[in-house]
Design a binder for this molecule. Structure first.
Ligand SMILES: *Cc1c(COP(=O)(O)O)cnc(C)c1O
Length: 295
């Protein structure tokens, strides 16, 4: 843990004592919920966001309120000014792919100086901007990142939080009273090597971004609509064929995208950016499904 903490510290220009490492960011998020979201006041997070936030809130008996995104799936910072017990935002958000600029994050932090605001940056490496630069100014900011997405190392389980030394100390206090040694030495060694190989990391991120931009063009050409994505997926809706129909047809052809039959998002598909070949196969099949669906 300290090895990776030191590495991450050097990489991000923060002290090792400002880094908390855990078994994937899900573990880090759970620890952060336990440590910081413990008043009787509601914590706030968007109505459409990472599906684990309400699960943990329920599990840990933390009261919460889901704040609606606007029609374009954007977070409205002003909506986070009501009294609360903490805030958690995924930026870019999932499954929408929408990124809120640092002005927005700053606005949320300014309105919430007395509570902890977590920014979950699971997808930040695919072309978004991290809030790391705001850390010096805001001691209420806790940033959480993961090796599971942009580093393609989900199976190794490495996640981490960066924040003030005080917050990281509290996180460690909770963790050590729960389960002290959660990461294997092999995981730590491989994590360190992954951080060292910055060239490979940058190349793979750039590759995904390039494929994503091409896929955006192709999807638009097929009549899909979506907000701009800064992640490794696109959350898209077709102008005339239902998402459920497309989802079912793709599944028959062994192509898997994600679909949620939930209010506000039941006309959307979350399409992961695969390899160039995979995306081409997807587009070819979508073309057929849409042509049939529109008849
Ligand atoms: C994938 C994801 C995580 C958790 O990933 P780990 O594998 O546990 O690091 C956390 N938050 C968001 C928004 C995610 O998409």
């Amino acid at each position: 843990m300290f090895i990776t903490g030191e590495r991450a510290g050097r990489k991000y220009n923060v002290k090792p004592s400002q880094v908390f490492v855990g078994v994937g960011s899900d573990d880090v998020l759970a620890m952060a919920f336990l440590t910081f979201f413990n008043s009787d006041k509601k914590i706030l997070f968007p109505d459409i966001t990472y599906s684990f936030y309400d699960v943990w809130a329920d599990l840990f008996k933390i009261p919460y309120e889901q704040i609606p995104l606007d029609e374009d799936f954007r977070i409205i910072p002003e909506d986070y000014s009501k009294e609360n017990g903490g805030v958690i935002i995924a930026n870019p958000n999932a499954p929408t792919g929408v990124f809120m600029g640092l002005d927005g994050i700053r606005a949320v932090l300014d309105k919430n100086r007395d509570v902890v605001c977590i920014v979950d940056e699971a997808y930040v490496d695919f072309g978004a901007e991290s809030a790391l630069s705001l850390l010096e100014e805001y001691d209420n900011l806790l940033i959480i990142q993961t090796f599971s997405k942009s580093r393609s190392m989900a199976g190794l389980r490495i996640g981490y939080a960066i924040g003030s030394e005080t917050m990281i100390k509290y996180l460690n206090d909770v963790k050590y009273s729960f389960n002290s040694y959660t990461m294997t030495s092999l995981t730590l060694a491989l994590g360190v090597e992954a951080v060292r190989d910055d060239e490979y990391f940058k190349a793979t991120c750039a590759k995904i971004v390039k494929t994503r931009e091409k896929l955006k063009t192709d999807l638009k050409g097929l009549g899909f609509e979506f907000q701009d994505s800064k992640t490794n997926f696109i959350f898209a809706k077709h102008a005339s064929v239902s998402a459920e129909h497309i989802f079912t047809e793709l599944k028959k052809r062994n192509i898997y995208v994600r679909y949620w039959n939930k209010p506000r998002i039941n006309e959307y598909l979350r399409i992961t950016v695969g390899t160039d070949e995979e995306c081409d196969t997807l587009v070819t099949n979508l073309k057929e499904i849409i042509a049939q669906g529109e008849k």
